[in-house]
Design a protein. Structure first.
Length: 295
């Protein structure tokens, strides 16, 4: 049973006025009536009698009022205790973020974290994917933004934050650039550009290609994500990456979404399972709350 519905019931039980109660919770009277009916269905008895003389509690409703009042008092007391405890958590968190997606996910999230955890200082560090994973596994950072959730990794705990889409970057001169969307099979026999010294990103895309049975005419390397547009134009190559890279908006290249189900993955915040820092666990709990609300 939803706590919001219980609160509405208790307020209505005091006021015995649907209009007053609905206004107090910023909902309509039909919505309040539906919530009460849902409670009555779950409980198996009526809570109120309504007549031309007004609203009154049934015998069962009076009993429910006593029980729910006690229950909500204990519940709110528990919330207050845990809120106080959480606010007393102090510490330092080294947060590794992918340098190209800070504005996509964390502009509003970081102020939220600071407000929820005034005793915790968060130091943000910008990373390339492979370097971030290496430092996370080595314990050099406490939490890292991971662009692909590997459920098989026994060392990491993941808190999923958003579903990410994949795109293909290519020269505007490539015939495929006329398409508004593509499938991985459409890329068969193209020249693929992969990031040099980035095993992490390479493994993600190669696993995706293998699942779809896609092979390429040739594979070349490019230094980093900033050099991708130049490489694609110079060698008529393609590069498959996360949709965050759309904001490059480099001249002479197109950024086209990939529609395959395999071209979607979870972005997550991850920490070592062996990390017992309370501030880290609280950070990830707050991340779950924030991103579920804003998903």
């Amino acid at each position: 049973m939803k706590t919001d519905h219980i609160k509405e019931f208790l307020y209505l039980a005091e006021t015995l006025n649907f209009s007053t109660a609905s206004k107090a919770f910023y909902i309509t009277q039909p919505t309040l009536s539906r919530h009460i009916q849902e409670m009555e269905k779950e409980l198996g008895f009526s809570l109120f009698n309504t007549s031309s003389h007004g609203v009154e509690l049934t015998r069962e409703g009076k009993d429910a009022k006593k029980v729910f009042s006690k229950m909500m008092k204990e519940y709110e007391g528990m919330q207050a205790r845990w809120t106080d405890w959480h606010r007393q958590i102090e510490g330092h968190i080294r947060l590794g973020l992918l340098y190209y997606s800070l504005s996509d996910y964390f502009t509003d999230f970081l102020p939220f974290i600071n407000e929820k955890n005034p005793g915790v200082s968060v130091k943000c560090l910008n990373y390339r994917p492979q370097e971030l994973l290496d430092d996370l596994l080595a314990g050099k950072i406490d939490i890292g933004q991971i662009s692909y959730v590997d459920e098989k990794n026994p060392k990491l705990y993941y808190q999923k934050i958003a579903m990410t889409d994949m795109i293909v970057v290519m020269s505007n001169k490539n015939p495929l650039a006329r398409c508004t969307e593509l499938k991985l099979s459409d890329l068969e026999q193209e020249t693929l550009a992969e990031l040099k010294n980035d095993r992490y990103s390479t493994n993600i895309t190669r696993e995706m290609f293998n699942k779809c049975g896609v092979s390429f005419k040739n594979i070349i390397e490019t230094d980093n994500i900033e050099t991708v547009p130049h490489t694609c134009k110079t060698y008529n190559a393609i590069h498959v990456t996360g949709s965050s890279c759309r904001k490059q908006q480099a001249a002479g290249v197109s950024y086209i979404p990939i529609t395959d189900a395999q071209a979607h993955s979870w972005m997550a915040l991850a920490c070592l399972k062996s990390n017992n820092n309370l501030a880290v666990r609280k950070f990830l709990d707050d991340a779950k709350l924030f991103f579920e609300r804003n998903r």
